[in-house]
Design a protein around this ligand. Structure first.
Ligand code: ADP
Length: 496
């Protein structure tokens, strides 16, 4: 009987289920969107029951459409939107509040106070994270402080906290398991990435009782067998990792110094730094890449808020493009950017600039500037932002970046990839299978059950679609980067 791996890819806007075969090829995909709930400006919630029901539905659909059944599934892997926070009753499995999504800003003020009270350094040393509402800790605190009776129940050990992986695990095992993996734990701001345990000082600071927390396990091991009736048979859940970490593994960036960037709405660059956490002086995040065979591997992460989203903006708000893919031809219709620079700071700037008051700007316009120049400047801006993060990583680690693996919707744009290779003076490698997030956790699950023999076998499955090599001379590169930074300075502090 043929055996496959089922990945549950629980994202911010949709739940997906993907079935992979032993060659790491996609056999079947099912996807369902779910509601985004905005109770107030800057608040973002999901209904945990919808996260569960859509995830269960797509799992069943994918299996049915593939013409197989649960007995054909060797293992399940779970990868998920990170940091999003769910609190449920231990006894009944009922959520006591909606999931507070990573994008939610309701705890910004509390986080700012932590910074002014001088906690940032201690928190960064323990967790590798920059103090921000983004992470789970302040969200759990908010739920305990604001849901009636929650704090009392938490003290009595009657509540469970979990990120989305934990929540799905609880549901798929009929509440038998309350666990998470180290990558997800490392995004909560309650987990000490050096001692690999929940940190008592942080638990006290955020006022979260230890009894609420899931057991932290490795990213690749048999957590439990499923206990739902959904699959008509028990299937081991054997791999868990946050989405960006899973993508790093799916890209087989398994040696120190290897990195991948995902070009979606935003851009996420992750670099494997090996068995030692690299603490950043440039506001990058230190995080756990995975825990495998008793070994913890660390990564350095930097993100760009507006990546492919700037192309959406050209399409939907300016109407310059009909389809995102038209950007490539239009950009190539001019010789260069014509001196035009676009800083896509519509929601401020992320790493390494970190300016929440920066705003979008277009500079260097002349009478001859056309929509082609603006489109080219928009694509270039994605590249410059990623290049700034790469340079910060090199400064933080002393490692030289010579190649980068890429994935995400925007990597279809070959102009973008070529310019990225040019600006980083590095090889940019686009693999054949771009479902790297789902693939990564499929690999982690498959390794745990012996579906694949080891990393060497997985490396042999990874294959290149296209490589892009630098074609730009140093003088032009530094000229572009110089002008870009001049433009960034103009955009900074705009709405202060
Ligand atoms: P997400 O997972 O964040 O929703 P995807 O990985 O699906 O994002 O990528 C979609 C993003 O990529 C969109 O922001 C879109 O504008 C951009 N995009 C898609 N195709 C292209 C292209 N050919 N050139 C440039 N950008 C593109």
């Amino acid at each position: 009987m043929s055996q496959y791996i089922l990945t549950l890819d629980q994202g911010t806007t949709s739940s997906r289920a993907i079935i992979f075969d032993q060659m790491g090829q996609v056999v079947e995909i099912a996807q369902q969107e779910f509601r985004q709930i905005y109770p107030k400006p800057s608040w973002v919630e999901h209904d945990p029951r919808e996260i569960w029901s859509t995830q269960a539905a797509v799992a069943a659909t994918a299996i049915a459409n593939a013409g197989i059944n649960g007995k054909n599934i060797a293992a399940i892997g779970i990868t998920n939107q990170r940091e999003t926070t769910v609190v449920w009753e231990r006894e009944t499995g009922k959520p006591i509040y909606n999931a507070i999504v990573w994008q939610d800003r309701r705890t910004s003020e509390f986080c700012n106070k932590l910074k002014t009270d001088g906690f940032a350094k201690m928190i960064q040393e323990k967790t590798g994270l920059v103090v921000d509402a983004y992470f789970s800790a302040s969200k759990v605190k908010w739920i305990l402080d604001n849901v009636e009776g929650a704090r009392e129940k938490a003290k009595q050990g009657k509540l469970c906290f979990g990120t989305v992986d934990s929540w799905l695990m609880a549901k798929f095992t009929n509440l038998r398991v309350h666990a998470t993996d180290a990558t997800n734990a490392s995004r909560t701001m309650l987990y000490n990435i050096h001692s690999n345990d929940w940190d008592d000082d942080l638990l006290a600071l955020f006022d979260v009782p230890r009894s609420m927390l899931p057991e932290v396990r490795s990213s690749s091991e048999i957590y439990s067998q499923t206990a739902t009736t959904l699959f008509a048979t028990k299937i081991p859940i054997a791999g868990v990792a946050g989405d960006q970490q899973a993508a790093l593994f799916g890209q087989m960036c398994t040696d120190p110094g290897m990195l991948k960037t995902t070009y979606g709405t935003g851009c996420f660059m992750m670099m494997n730094t090996g068995s030692k956490p690299a603490i950043s002086n440039n506001n990058l995040l230190t995080t756990i890449a995975w825990q495998l065979n008793g070994q913890t591997t660390y990564a350095l992460e930097g993100s760009v808020f507006m990546g492919g989203a700037v192309i959406q903006w050209l399409r939907d708000e300016l109407g310059i493009l009909q389809h995102a893919s038209d950007s490539e031809k239009l950009a190539l219709s001019v010789e260069d950017n014509g001196g035009v620079y676009l800083v896509p700071a519509m929601v401020g700037l992320g790493a390494p600039h970190w300016d929440q008051f920066a705003r979008g700007s277009i500079l260097g316009l002349t009478r001859g500037s056309s929509k082609a120049h603006i489109t080219r400047a928009a694509l270039e801006s994605i590249v410059y932002q990623v290049t700034d993060i790469a340079n910060a990583k090199m400064a933080d680690t002393g490692m030289n970046i010579t190649e980068m693996r890429v994935d995400g919707g925007a990597v279809a744009n070959s102009f973008l990839m070529q310019f990225q290779a040019d600006m980083m003076n590095a090889k940019v490698i686009r693999p054949k299978v771009l479902e790297t997030t789902a693939l990564g956790v499929a690999y982690l699950a498959g390794l745990a059950v012996g579906y694949w023999s080891g990393i060497d076998e997985l490396k042999s499955l990874w294959s290149v679609d296209q490589e892009f090599n630098n074609k730009l001379d140093e003088q032009k590169r530094s000229h572009y980067l110089y002008d870009w930074h001049k433009a960034v300075e103009r955009a900074k502090r705009w709405s202060e």
